[in-house]
Ligand binder design. Structure first.
Ligand code: PRP
Length: 180
């Protein structure tokens, strides 16, 4: 285990089981359709790749980079679009893939943006939902795990751009982010 991790909360196997279940839910919902899956970078990258690979429905993919945390552990409230989509979403069935819905600012911004560009439908799938932290009234249509207020890293989630490549999800030791 990485020396900065206090404890593992989800193993690779536990994540995989939930990702496969999410893929089955999406396969059912999008059978016979041509959905456009959008990965909200960078956090969702691992989840996104595993999710689309576990699906049978052919999907198209696009990427958007949105950032609101800087180097801290709480949202700035102003998600910044660092890199926009390449595809036109007009008339498309869009599936937004997020690693985590925390304050909800990022999801709200994405929802408004995609709806404003004329998507036919919009569904959000998140790996983690932290409902106790919500600041705005948004909800993922499907969340693999509902969690409390722990600061977790791994499987795409970072602290100061580190720990994203851990294959598991763990709680960071407090000393790593306190007094920084
Ligand atoms: C994280 C995460 C979500 C967002 C959720 O992204 O990937 O996109 O925050 O938080 P919210 O509900 O409070 O808006 P971050 O801005 O840290 O960028 P990253 O994906 O590059 O890590």
């Amino acid at each position: 285990m990485n020396k900065d991790i206090q404890s593992i909360v989800l193993t690779e196997q536990q994540i995989k089981e939930k990702v496969v279940a999410a893929a089955a839910w999406l396969d059912k919902r999008y059978a016979g359709k041509n959905p456009l899956f959008i990965s909200v970078l960078k956090g969702s990258v691992m989840f996104f790749c595993d999710l689309v690979r576990a699906m049978e429905t052919p999907v198209q993919m696009d990427f958007m980079m949105v950032s609101s945390y800087g180097a801290g552990t709480s949202s700035s409230g102003i998600p910044k679009i660092v890199m926009d989509l390449a595809e036109d979403v007009t008339g498309r069935d869009v599936v937004l893939v997020e690693d985590i819905v925390d304050s909800g600012y990022t999801l709200q911004r994405m929802q408004n943006l995609i709806a404003g560009r004329g998507a036919a439908s919009f569904t959000t799938v998140a790996l983690f939902d932290k409902p106790s932290r919500r600041k705005v009234d948004v909800k993922a249509d499907y969340a693999c795990f509902e969690i409390g207020d722990e600061f977790i890293v791994g499987y795409g989630l970072d602290y100061a751009q580190q720990y994203r490549n851990l294959p598991y999800v763990g709680i960071l030791k407090r000393e790593i982010y306190e007094n920084k």
